[in-house]
Design a protein around this ligand. Structure first.
Ligand code: KG4
Ligand code: ZN
Length: 324
């Protein structure tokens, strides 16, 4: 059994997962509402709350799994990338938990977790597959030949897709996090009313910063009418993001003849994206929403395929805001 912790951003997460990828528990304590009043994640507040929550969330994950620390064979934890103070809380807790039982520890790349979320049970994807990860901090396409790693084929050159959702939602006055709110509002609007740009900076690369600027200008030009057109604006803006993601995915699928596609990251919770990838001519794995947004089960999922660090060598391990 693997006990995993994930605290790279604003969710305090712990999970218990078997070596076969069976999820025994997956606990997520979201700090979303705490940060909403600031319009984004405040790093210092996030790390303080991780510190307050991490013990209770870990105990909850063990209890829901019907397990005790004595039943755990390996501890896994997100080491990078993320907010450094937030990462340090999870890493220090994981080290302490592992060290008390002299258990091995697996440091995990957060993005690797998103890439392999679909390898968890009950319906695991098998490699090779194409992975589309679209989150608040990252957006990329990766080739997975074996779930122990991934090769990035293309990525965003500026904003992440989730960032585009969040910034667009802010311009529409929808609050934070903007993705889910934009998703809801878009379902009431017409996506063909406004024509937002689909930039293609490279074969498999993305660019979303121009889109946000273009929304700003359209809202400015509409003036007082913008409020009444909010649903159409949201639907058209969301369509532009989803189109960009799906078109690049389609190109990567075709070039390398992939038979399988798995999507992940917070934006994979988007209803229009979920529906659009199902229309691609390939077998598609779309994990449940709680495995798309940040969670610790995916960190345990990645740890299954990695070499653990034995006690006490991990005690000197450091977190890293960016991937080493
Ligand atoms: O993967 P995640 O939970 O955290 C990061 O690692 O960034 O992704 C969070 C991002 C946010 O930008 C949020 O607005 C977006 O995922 N998101 C959505 C939806 N749910 C979450 N974007 C579009 N539609 C959604 N339903
Ligand atoms: Zn994430």
């Amino acid at each position: 059994m693997i006990l995993a912790l994930e605290t790279s951003c604003d969710d305090t997460c712990a999970a218990v997962v078997s070596a076969e990828g069976e999820i025994a528990s997956n606990v997520i304590a979201s700090q979303g509402l705490l940060h909403a009043r600031y319009g984004g994640v405040v790093p210092e507040i996030a790390s303080r709350h991780h510190l307050e929550l991490v013990d209770a969330v870990t105990a909850d994950a063990l209890e829901r799994a019907g397990a005790r620390l004595d039943d755990i064979d390996t501890v896994a934890v997100t080491r990078s990338p993320g907010l450094i103070g937030a990462l340090l809380v999870g890493l220090s807790s994981a080290k302490a938990l592992a060290a008390t039982r002299e258990l091995p520890l697996v440091p995990v790349d957060h993005l690797h977790g998103h890439v392999v979320a679909s390898t968890l049970r009950p319906d695991p994807v098998e490699a090779p597959y194409l992975s589309l990860v679209a989150s608040g901090g990252h957006t990329f396409l990766a080739r997975v030949d074996h779930p122990s790693g991934y090769i990035v084929l293309g990525q965003t050159l500026d904003d992440a897709a989730g960032e585009a959702f969040d910034k667009g939602a802010r311009l529409l006055g929808l609050g934070y996090p903007g993705g889910p709110a934009m998703d809801r509002l878009a379902s009431e609007g017409d996506p063909d009313v406004f024509d937002f740009p689909r930039s293609s900076p490279g074969e498999f690369d993305f660019s979303f910063s121009g889109l946000k600027t273009s929304l700003l200008y359209v809202i400015r030009d509409l003036g007082e009418e913008a409020e009444a057109r909010a649903a159409d604006l949201a639907a058209s803006y969301q369509r532009a993001i989803v189109d960009a993601l799906v078109e690049r995915t389609r190109a990567a699928l075709a070039r390398d003849n992939f038979e399988r596609l798995a999507i992940g990251g917070g934006v994979a919770a988007n209803s229009e994206l979920r529906a659009a990838v199902e229309r691609l001519d390939v077998a598609v794995w779309v994990p449940p929403v709680e495995l798309c947004t940040d969670n610790a089960a995916m960190i345990a999922g990645a740890a299954r395929f990695l070499e653990p660090v034995e006690y006490p060598h991990y005690l000197s391990l450091d977190a890293a805001a960016r991937l080493p």
